[in-house]
Each structure stands twice: as C-alpha cells, then as structure tokens.
Design a protein around this ligand. Structure first.
Ligand SMILES: NC(=O)c1ccc[n+]([C@@H]2O[C@H](COP(=O)([O-])OP(=O)(O)OC[C@H]3O[C@@H](n4cnc5c(N)ncnc54)[C@H](OP(=O)(O)O)[C@@H]3O)[C@@H](O)[C@H]2O)c1
Length: 290
C-alpha cells in the first residue's frame, strides 16, 4: 500500500512548491496525500480527490490533531516563521502515533553552525531548534531537510547581494572561488516528494537538497556572457557584514559570510531520480525573463 503522507503549510513559498509534486506522486499512486489545513486556510488549490483534514495548533487542539494524523506515516511541515513554534502542538499529537515513521519539520534552511546560531539576530532560526528539542523529548522521529539559498531569494530578492539585472556580483572573503549553495524551489518540491515515497529511509536522517553550486567567478562569467559586458564585482566588506548582521537583513549577511568562508557543512546529497538538472546560466536566463 502507498504510504500516507500529510502536508501542512501548503500555501507558503516552500509549501506551494511541495504541493504540486506531492499531488503528482498521489496521482501516480506512490503516496496517499492528505492535506492538513488550519481554519481559514485557502483550500482552492487542493484537488477534490485529495483528502483534507483540519488541525488546530493551540492548547485546545490535541484531540483534533490526533484525529488529523491518524494512519499517517510521514508528516511534512513547511510552515513559515510565525508558525514554527506552533508545530509543537503537532508534535504533541504525533507523540505515540502507531503509524508515524517520521516528521519532516519546517527546516528548509542551511547547515548553520553553533557559532552562527549564537548570533542574536538569527533568533528566528534558533526557534527551529526548540521544535527539534520538543520532538526529541516526546520521542517523535524527525527528518531534517537542509538546503541552500532559494533561487527566488538569490535572483529576485538579492539575498546574497548579487543583482543579476544590474550585472553586479557581491563578493565577500573567498566567494570568488567558493561555491554558493542554491536550491531551486522546483527542485526542492520534486526532491521532497520523491523522498517521502520511501518512509522507511527517512527517520533520523538529514538530507542536503540543493541543485546549483556556482562560485563567485562562475556568477561573474555567466552575467558577463549574458549581458555582453563585464559584470561588476562589488566588494562586500567586514564593515558591510557587521552592519548587515546588526542593522540590516541578518540572514543575508550571515549567508554572505557562509559563502565567502565556504562553510556550508555536509554536502552528501540524496540521489533524486528523473530530475533534469539545468545549468546556472539557464536559471539566470529564465530569472531575467520573469
Ligand atoms: N533557504 C532559504 O532560502 C529559505 C527562504 C525562505 C524560507 N525558508 C524556510 O522555509 C520554511 C518555510 O518558509 P516559507 O517562506 O515557505 O513560509 P511562508 O511562505 O511564510 O509560509 C506560510 C505557511 O505557513 C503557514 N502558517 C503561517 N502561520 C502559521 C501558524 N501560526 N501555524 C501554522 N501554520 C502557519 C501558512 O498556513 P495558512 O495557509 O494556514 O495560513 C502557510 O501555509 C521555513 O522554515 C523557512 O525558514 C528557507
């Protein structure tokens, strides 16, 4: 029988990329998908043949949540920042579940080091550790999905300082020769949907899911080729870093430091079958069209 997989947070940036791929696996009979939703969640994009169950992520929701996860083997959560801690209510319902094989909590972040997590401005990341600790305390098996910077954040929101439209590349420390770890959201959706088809392989694992690793020089060369004129290298300084960490977009500054210091951590990737990897150049060209 196909494993029963539940998804929470399907309307978000990550969730909206997981949803179509999980629906596809459901259609192919590789999983049975159940969508978990909160009161008021927009269910418009959920096909009528996909089961939906309501959860209530507060003190009063335990019995409802236990019913919602009945029979489920894998729960995937992609809730955003305001919902991270509310996953603890889901953990309470998952504790002792006879069917559960693993809870893929909403991590989808990079491998932050203990030192990095001590940076006060990265507090929004450390709350994920609270969920991990709570799950451990309750005996709920976990799976961690680690990624690079999302393509959307690199190309559109310029989270690593590079501006592909203005032909500018922001370089800190050794970033010209060090790889930038990027995860395209489409690849993430495809990869996660493939991983959950084999629930027995998931508990207590950390998967590194990323599909692009251009160095700063690769980015410079690609932009130079596409724009037909030399890309401008903008030096990101220690001063920029400290300003970014304390007063600006702290995660962006921390990522620039990670990239420049080549401190991405584990890099062993699961085999994802059937994915047609595209080059960094193809991704840049596509992003420029949008
Ligand atoms: N690596 C990267 O570059 C990167 C970038 C961004 C995010 N991330 C990570 O990816 C994960 C998902 O982030 P995202 O940006 O996709 O989030 P998002 O777009 O803000 O997701 C919102 C989702 O969270 C749900 N939600 C919001 N508040 C909730 C609450 N109090 N309780 C339960 N659910 C709640 C919403 O459900 P409703 O539809 O019910 O409102 C919605 O489905 C996070 O762990 C985030 O840190 C990584």
């Amino acid at each position: 029988m196909a494993p029963i997989v539940a998804l929470l947070g399907f309307t978000g940036t990550v969730g909206s990329h997981l949803l179509p791929e999980l629906i596809e696996q459901n259609k192919q009979g590789n999983i049975r998908l159940i969508v978990l939703y909160r009161e008021g969640s927009d269910l418009n994009k959920i096909p009528s043949d996909v089961e939906k169950r309501e959860v209530q992520l507060d003190e009063a929701g335990l019995e409802k949540n236990k019913k919602a996860i009945e029979g489920v083997e894998v729960v995937v959560s992609s809730v955003g920042a305001p919902g991270i801690l509310s996953q603890n209510y889901l953990v309470d319902a998952l504790a002792g579940s006879p069917s559960l094989k693993t809870f893929i909590h909403s991590d989808f972040g990079t491998n932050w080091t203990e030192e990095e997590l001590k940076i006060p401005q990265l507090k929004s990341i450390t709350v994920k550790e609270d969920v991990v600790a709570h799950a451990k305390e309750k005996g709920v098996p976990l799976t961690h999905i680690r990624v690079g910077l999302f393509d959307l954040f690199f190309f559109k929101f310029k989270a690593a300082g590079t501006d592909i439209v203005d032909n500018k590349v922001s370089i800190y420390k050794q970033a010209l020769t060090a790889p930038l770890r990027l995860t395209t959201l489409k690849f993430l959706g495809y990869a996660v949907a493939q991983l959950v088809t084999k629930p027995d392989t998931l508990p207590n694992q950390t998967f590194q899911v990323f599909d692009l690793t251009p160095t700063g020089q690769d980015i410079v060369d690609t932009l130079t080729k596409i724009h037909g004129k030399p890309a401008q290298i903008v030096q990101y300084t220690d001063e920029d870093y400290h300003k970014g960490i304390t007063e600006g977009f702290a995660i962006g500054a921390a990522l620039q430091d990670k990239w420049g210091s080549d401190r991405w951590g584990a890099s062993d990737r699961p085999e994802i079958k059937g994915w047609e990897y595209k080059s960094f150049e193809e991704h840049v060209r596509k992003a420029l069209e949008q």
